[in-house]
Design a protein around this ligand. Sequence first.
Ligand SMILES: [Zn+2]
Length: 386
Amino acid sequence: MSSKETLARLIAFDTVSRNSNLSLMDFVSARLRDAGVEPRMFPSEDGAKANLFATVGAADVPGVMLSGHTDVVPIDGQEWTRPAFEMTEEGGKLYGRGSCDMKGFVACALTAAERAAELHCKGKLKTPLHLAFSYDEEVGCIGVQGMIKTLAGEGVRPLFCIVGEPSEMRIATGHKGKVTFAARCIGREAHSALVTSGVNAIYLASELVGEVRRIQEEIIRGSRHDGDYAVPYSTMHVGTFNGGVALNIVPNFAEVVFECRNIAEEDTDAVIAKVRDAAERISAGVRGEFPEAGVEIEVRGEVPALGTAVDSDVVEFVKRVTGANDTTKVSYGTEAGLFSRDMGVPTVICGPGCMDQGHKPDEFVTVEQLNLCDAMMDSLLEQLQV
Ligand SMILES: [Zn+2]
């Protein structure tokens, strides 16, 4: 089956993150078993989803890992003019949810694995090829973490990893990380005619927002900047602010959800400590009189940044197999930072399509980009034989 035919099959599985990805994984596993490769599954806690890891070639030799997520973003509220879960080919474009982000790459990787299996049968595959397919990437790179932990614990450490997120087949060596925070601001309710007998939780939340903005100013004045990004420093951003019930009640609760999108050089532990210190200062101002009041910070998620050196071996290797001679950085987060930090695998991003085409109605990948990805797999398979 060609990569294009495989992509059509993959698009037909509705693997929006809230759904199970098991039928897609069954399809991938069956293809691998037919090629003589036994995949390892890493089920989610409730068993509704799974990651897949497979090695084509010798099990005890580090290989090159191709990584992709199998989940896609929802189509709710989007005006599609073509079916979302059925591939439509039109004018050199392959339409369907996930075609670009990132089932196109997964299709090319699976096709390459089958060909690697043939080479292995003939005794020609010197360096193994690994596949690492995940779930729940689109909801904060959550799914892959269990698999990475297990594999890292077993000492599995591939030579290189290529995460095939859409980069128009350019080599991306970096992306920002993200820390997600939630602040629970607790006040004390009172009649608004008697404000001094209460604590206004919205005021506490507003003070915290002021502190978040102050931390942002500090970052901008600091020395950690990376001119390869459109916004060349780590950013603090408040996304939601909720609180209050009625005008005549002093609110006893407010919640602020915010994030830090950090460049690889940023010390995120220091940022988290600053946020906690700020919350502590605000709390100290009210706790004397109202012991239950204050601001509690919860770190809801942390996805590390990727910062692979442009002169590293993985970059040289992927330049050789793609023919590219320069590198870039991408604005979106990926699982690459996790493979790099938690598994110690030198990692770059390189995949077909452009992220501008992802997450939108009528998402597509061009046939040209898919062919370029197949061509990269061809040279990769050659490199694995030498
Ligand atoms: Zn993606």
